[in-house]
Ligand binder design. Structure first.
Ligand SMILES: *Cc1c(COP(=O)(O)O)cnc(C)c1O
Length: 439
């Protein structure tokens, strides 16, 4: 069994997180419950930033907050000096509510609405990552109308797709995001923006994938972006200030995953960028990165209560928990694998293999195909590890199941960060049949 961050097993065989007994948390807040190890989040944030500091180069580490968005996590991110990526009006609103420093907010998305762009101008955020020609048109109109400048990065697709252990280089990338770097779209986007009165092109952005376990694809992408910068410098006398290489740094969900230390990804990125910019004879730009999963993924654990069990003789034993695809859709959506333990039986031998099923009305609602655990009983607390990224943020009310509470644990203390939904919350948007309500 692999424990993460501050996790430990206490004398009673109970899992502790941030110095807090998880069984007590389950009693106090109920289950399913997301518990975040805030010390681990801080540690990850610092590891990324210290690597840039020691290399002595300009940087921003932006938390890609679609991984887990809430007011409290944005406030911790702000304390750690992180920047913030938002991808919708909802995430931007959350950031504003959290009091996140606006100049450090970056707005992403392949179809930002006019309303969302207006909001970005009103709030005076740090930069908009421009994805397509439609958006360029809208930004020009808005900034001219408001007579308000805006920093932008141009999102490009360098023709590299990275997945876990390998990557593919394609001449053109078939992606819904960004301007193609190879077919002239990126150049066209640059020509349309770099002389504009209000749009200030800071540089280039790319994001090549997720759950990436080596650095080759990042180095390749960096090379492609720098050579484009160098072309624009020669042709337009343009000095690029920012190179944003996105996120996608892998984490360990199960023993099969062997990611690098966060600092290692960054170190190799920096070395590559330094080397190729020096070779091309221009100053090293600021490097920005956008970790999501690698900041919050293994900091999050979900606690469930085990209820019913079913044995299909000779085939498998199911244990069912009080959540499922409604709080973690990743296994059903793309076969994601997780590891787990019975949080109140940390001292017992791992004698059984179970399939962990959720409670949603879908046969595919299984959280773990094969979990090696001690013998389980109804009432045991199952801890599923590494659920901090794309768990709560993708949660739904499928089957009208209330979304779980989120608790932060740190230094022996705990606090509610997102309250559990109630049945009243669930019907709060519903209207009676035949009653005409205000919009
Ligand atoms: C999703 C996303 C990220 C974060 O990806 P992780 O795999 O969670 O690190 C960063 N940048 C962009 C543009 C993204 O879409």
């Amino acid at each position: 069994m692999h424990l993460y961050g501050t996790q430990a097993i206490d004398g009673q065989g109970h899992l502790t997180i941030g110095g807090v007994n998880s069984i007590e948390l389950a009693k106090e807040y109920g289950t399913p419950l997301f518990v975040y190890d805030i010390e681990l989040f801080r540690k990850r944030a610092r590891a990324f930033q210290e690597t840039f500091e020691s290399a002595g180069i300009g940087y921003q580490v932006a938390y890609a907050s679609k991984a887990f968005s809430s007011i409290a996590i944005y406030q911790v991110a702000a304390q750690e000096g992180l920047s913030l990526d938002v991808v919708s009006g909802g995430e931007l609103f959350t950031a504003v509510k959290a009091g996140f420093p606006k100049e450090k907010i970056h707005f992403h998305g392949n179809n930002k609405s006019l309303g969302e762009l207006q909001m970005a101008f009103e709030e005076g955020i740090g930069c908009i990552v421009v994805d397509n020609f439609h958006e360029i048109g809208q930004l020009k109109l808005l900034s001219e109308e408001l007579k308000q400048p805006m920093n932008i990065l141009l999102r490009v697709t360098p023709g590299i797709e990275a997945h876990t252990h390998d990557y593919i280089t394609t001449g053109q990338e078939d992606s819904k995001f960004g301007f193609d770097l190879n077919n002239g779209q990126a150049d066209q986007a640059f020509e349309q923006t770099h002389r504009h009165d209000y749009l200030n092109v800071l540089g280039l952005h790319c994001h090549i994938g997720s759950q990436i376990f080596d650095t080759a694809a990042f180095r390749l992408a960096a090379g492609k972006l720098v050579s484009k910068m160098s072309e624009w410098q020669k042709e337009f006398d343009y000095q690029c200030k920012v190179l944003n290489l996105g996120g996608g740094f892998g984490i360990r969900y199960t023993e099969e995953d062997q990611p690098l230390e966060p600092s290692q990804y960054v170190k190799e990125m920096i070395d590559t960028v330094k080397q190729i910019t020096e070779d091309s004879g221009f100053p090293v730009p600021e490097i920005w990165i956008e970790p999501g999963r690698s900041l919050v993924g293994d900091a999050g654990t979900t606690l469930y209560t085990i209820g019913s069990m079913k044995e299909v003789p000779e085939i498998r034993k199911y244990i069912a928990v009080d959540g499922g695809m409604s709080d973690n859709i990743r296994p059903a959506l793309y076969g994601a694998a997780y590891s787990s333990m019975i949080a109140n039986k940390g001292h017992q031998a791992l004698s059984e293999t179970y399939t962990v099923a959720g409670k949603c009305c879908e046969s595919g609602d299984k959280l773990i195909e094969q979990a090696t655990l001690p013998e389980a009983e109804a009432g045991d607390i199952l801890a599923v590890f590494c659920t901090g990224a794309y768990g709560y943020s993708m949660a739904s009310n499928y089957n009208r199941i209330a979304r779980p509470a989120v608790v932060f644990a740190e230094n022996g203390k705990h606090q509610l960060a997102v309250r559990r939904e109630t049945h009243e919350d669930i019907v709060s948007l519903d209207l009676e049949y035949g009653v005409k309500a205000e919009l």
